[in-house]
Design a protein around this ligand. Structure first.
Ligand code: ATP
Ligand code: MG
Length: 235
């Protein structure tokens, strides 16, 4: 087991965002989290990355308890987070944004790593000297993913990577997630686009308000009447 979250609860003041939630990610898996707005999916990802405090429960990465690590301390362990809304440095170039991704990574093979990422995302290569702020939303999402990959994660946490993208970019982002996974990176993916997420995911968790109420393979969840009715437009 690469990642194991056991009975975790997180509160924002008096608001219980997630309660007693357990999930895991194996080596080389894509795992999707789907569910309605406000159900706690982003909070679960933030908890894994140390962005919110646990009220209770435990999180293990590679067998090591990571409950009390700060976000920047997760990166050298092998966990990277692509936040919702991308959070790029808009006035810095594509190259500079990628270099910032390497900032927390030990070692100095930045050039080779950037080359790999520009090969994965050819449209970023053409725009490498442009400022991130002038890129299309889809290209910005690729850059946010590229920046996270600069940290050579074993586990990539991606929060709504397809949100706000045009359909052709949505397809590209999902293709790239598969490619990234095939090269050996596990992915924990939170998505509004439940159908596509379950199509690419080996396994999935379905959230309802503050808890997980179903887990199964992506394939079985796609076939589930309950999931179809709630998240796949009833078809
Ligand atoms: N910073 C915060 N302060 C207070 N409450 C918050 C905060 N962030 C989230 N919440 C609340 O916690 C609950 C879970 O939110 P979360 O963002 O994890 O849900 P989500 O499943 O990612 O939803 P969405 O699909 O809208 O992104 C919601 O009730 C939300 O209003
Ligand atoms: Mg969210």
């Amino acid at each position: 087991m690469l990642l194991e979250a056991k009975n975790i609860s997180v509160c924002y003041g008096a608001v219980k965002a997630i309660e007693d939630v357990s999930f895991n990610v194996d080596a080389c898996e894509i795992v999707a989290m789907i569910g309605p707005n406000g159900a706690g999916k982003s909070t679960a990802l933030k908890a894994v990355f140390g962005m919110v405090d646990l009220k209770s429960g435990d999180i293990y990465f590679d067998g090591e308890n990571i409950n009390n690590l700060r976000p920047d301390e997760h990166v050298p362990k092998g966990i990277s987070h692509v936040p919702e809304g991308r959070r790029l440095f808009p006035s810095m170039t594509v190259m500079e944004n990628l270099e910032m991704g390497a900032f927390l990574q030990k070692g100095n093979n930045t050039g080779a790593e950037i080359e790999k990422i520009l090969t994965l995302f050819p449209s970023l290569k053409e725009r490498r000297r442009q400022k991130a702020g002038v890129l299309s939303t889809g290209e910005q999402q690729m850059l946010a993913m590229g920046r996270a990959l600069m940290q050579k994660p074993r586990l990539l946490l991606a929060d709504e990577p397809s949100l706000g993208l045009s359909p052709s970019y949505v397809d590209i982002i999902f293709e790239k997630l598969i490619e990234i996974n095939k090269s050996g990176t596990s992915i924990l993916l939170v998505e509004q686009n439940a159908r596509m997420a379950l199509e690419v995911a080996h396994r999935g968790y379905v959230f309802e308000i503050g808890r997980i109420f179903m887990e199964d393979t992506g394939r079985n969840l796609l076939k589930s009447e309950e999931v179809k009715r709630a998240f796949l437009g009833g078809i």
